[in-house]
Design a binder for this molecule. Structure first.
Ligand code: FAD
Length: 329
């Protein structure tokens, strides 16, 4: 595998906590740097406990970016800041998560810097000696392509839940934290964010959940999602939905999984009353184990399922909940 002298990661933070994909990116950065420097840039305030946990990650430097115009997310301000930091550090490789943030900011920054962008990568091939070879899905997940990078610098976004985050719990090294003040002015920002209204969601974050119980049009109503929510709670997972269910008003669009929704890679995906349209599969077919519950034995979802249950979800889902509770009593 090739070697990068300097890798820069842009952190993805939610409510003061680093998202799991940032830890995964740090592990990938170490593989790519192979002794070179690894820098982490943070544009939001971070919980002090999180800074402690970063000591186990062998970071060379953490850049805390501080500017009043970054207090709320502003796309122009983020693009400017990322560009400034890249100019300052001159990294060979820039990594971030293929999340809403990464998808929004990275193409603009790559275009501004005139550098290549490999988006939505799911695997780094470590067998190639001189080059970095990444795998990414194409045609809505129907095929995979390997892309080789020979010349730095380049930008890579990583699909969450596809890389293992390694922690060395024996390490307790101090991290050098530097503050960076980007040169931003209100006049250069094309939009003004006056307020951020967060959608209040309870339970596990869908894009980072290890278990997802997803419902489709077969759930038939908003209330029909109640047994799915109960199963998700006992499994410690999150509830998701097909676009069919969202379009019908049974579920919020924030829960939509698929080509035009969230892309998820949980350990366990339970699809209830979902037919398995290609656009839905694009968002969940990389799940490690797929269980499908459908009354139609010919439903295409069974083609990608590891376990299929032909039956009425309103009978099967409560039975699964009961059985899980029984064996965990
Ligand atoms: C450009 C584009 C983008 C799209 N993006 C997305 C996307 O991001 N995500 C997405 O999901 N879709 C997306 N779609 C829509 C997609 O094509 C399908 O229309 C949608 O996924 C269908 O949702 P569904 O499986 O819930 O509904 P249906 O196809 O109506 O399937 C319902 C299933 O429920 C089963 N069922 C009914 N009753 C029960 C019961 N009691 N118990 C068990 N099973 C039962 C039926 O047998 C059926 O298989 C997109 C489409 C387009 C054109």
């Amino acid at each position: 595998m090739g070697t990068a002298n300097n890798v820069l990661i842009f952190a993805d933070i939610r409510n003061g906590t680093l998202r799991q994909v940032t830890f995964e990116a740090i592990s990938v950065a170490h593989q790519m740097a192979n002794g070179g420097e690894v820098h982490l840039a943070i544009l939001e305030s971070l919980d002090p406990n999180q800074i402690e946990s970063l000591k186990q990650l062998k970071l060379d430097r953490m850049w805390h970016v501080d500017h009043p115009l970054l207090k709320t997310f502003n796309l122009d301000a983020y693009v400017e800041t990322w560009v400034h930091l890249i100019d300052l550090l001159n990294p060979d490789v820039i990594l971030t998560g293929h999340t809403a943030l990464g998808r929004d900011v990275s193409p603009r920054v790559a275009a501004r810097k005139r550098i290549g962008l490999l988006s939505d990568c799911i695997k780094l091939d470590t067998s190639s000696t001189y080059e970095f070879v990444f795998t990414r899905p194409i045609y809505a997940g129907k095929a995979y392509v390997q892309r080789t990078i020979t010349k730095p610098p380049f930008f890579v976004t990583l699909r969450p839940n596809n890389f293992v985050a390694h922690f060395d719990t024996s390490l307790d090294q101090s991290i050098e934290i530097k503050t960076f003040h980007p040169n931003l002015s209100q006049i250069s920002l094309r939009t003004v964010v006056t307020d951020v209204v967060r959608k209040v969601t309870s339970g596990v974050d869908l894009s980072e959940a290890n278990v997802i119980v997803a419902g489709g049009r077969g759930v038939k109503s908003k209330e029909g999602f109640a047994p799915l929510e109960e199963l998700a709670v006992v499994l410690g997972g999150a509830v998701g939905a097909s676009r069919g269910a969202c379009d019908a008003g049974y579920a919020d669009y924030a829960l939509q999984i698929g080509q035009t929704g969230k892309v998820v890679t949980p350990d366990l995906y339970i699809a209830c009353g979902i037919s398995g349209a290609i656009q839905h599969l694009a968002g969940m077919s990389m799940s490690k184990t797929i269980v499908a519950i459908n009354i139609d034995p010919e439903a295409p979802i069974f083609e990608v399922a590891d376990y299929g249950i032909v039956g009425d979800l309103f009978e099967v889902v409560p039975l699964l909940t009961k059985e899980w509770q029984r064996i965990n009593r």
